[in-house]
Design a protein around this ligand. Structure first.
Ligand SMILES: NC(=O)c1ccc[n+]([C@@H]2O[C@H](COP(=O)([O-])OP(=O)(O)OC[C@H]3O[C@@H](n4cnc5c(N)ncnc54)[C@H](OP(=O)(O)O)[C@@H]3O)[C@@H](O)[C@H]2O)c1
Length: 144
C-alpha cells in the first residue's frame, strides 16, 4: 500500500532516526506531523521538508504528558482530517551499570519509552478506530 497522501505522526522527530523517518515519509508523499519537545528543531525540519515540496507541520509535544500528545494529534486531525500512521519513535537509552543505581534515569526511561508510547497511542487510537484504519509503528520496519 502506498504511503502517498497518508497522514503520519512521528514522535521524536527532532533528532536522528525520527527526523530521518519523517524525511523519508515526506519524500514518499506522506503528510508528516513532527512531534518532540525541541520546537526550533522541528520548525527547521518542517521548513526543509516544505521547501523540498513535501508537507510537514511542527508539533511541540512531550510524550510523557497525555494532554500534550492529544493536543498534537488533535492539531493534525484539525488540519488534515485524519491520522493514518503513528511512528512511536521518541525514546532514550541511558547507559550505566545497574549497580550505579541511577534510578532517576531508569524512571525517565520508563516515562518516555513506556508511558510515552502508550500516551501517543492513546492520542491517535480513537481517530484510527473512527476511520476504521491506521497503523502504529515502533519503528519504520515493523508495523504493529
Ligand atoms: N540510535 C540507535 O542506535 C538506536 C538503537 C536502538 C533503538 N533506538 C531507539 O530509536 C529511537 C530513536 O533513537 P535516536 O538514536 O534517534 O535517539 P535521539 O537522537 O536521542 O532522539 C530521541 C528523540 O526522542 C525525543 N524525545 C525524548 N524525550 C521526549 C519526550 N519526553 N517527548 C517527546 N519527544 C522526546 C527527542 O526529542 P526532544 O528532545 O526534542 O523532545 C528526540 O527527537 C529511540 O526510541 C531509541 O531508543 C535507537
Amino acid at each position: 500500500m502506498s504511503i502517498r497522501g497518508k497522514v503520519a505522526l512521528v514522535t521524536g522527530a527532532s533528532s536522528w532516526i525520527g527526523a530521518a523517518t519523517a524525511r523519508k515519509l515526506a519524500t514518499e508523499g506522506a503528510i508528516v506531523g513532527l512531534a518532540a519537545r525541541r520546537k526550533d528543531r522541528l520548525d527547521t525540519l518542517a521548513a526543509e521538508i516544505t521547501g523540498a515540496g513535501g508537507k510537514a507541520v511542527a508539533l511541540s509535544t512531550d510524550v510523557t504528558d497525555l494532554t500534550s500528545c492529544k493536543a498534537a494529534a488533535d492539531a493534525l486531525i484539525a488540519q488534515f482530517g485524519r491520522i493514518d500512521v503513528l511512528v512511536n519513535n521518541a525514546g532514550l537509552m541511558p547507559l550505566s551499570n545497574i549497580d550505579s543505581l541511577k534510578v532517576d534515569e531508569w524512571q525517565r526511561m520508563v516515562d518516555v519509552n513506556v508511558s510515552g508510547v502508550l500516551n501517543a497511542t492513546a492520542a491517535v487510537l480513537p481517530r484510527m478506530i473512527a476511520q476504521h484504519s491506521g497503523q502504529i509503528w515502533r519503528d519504520r520496519r515493523t508495523p504493529d
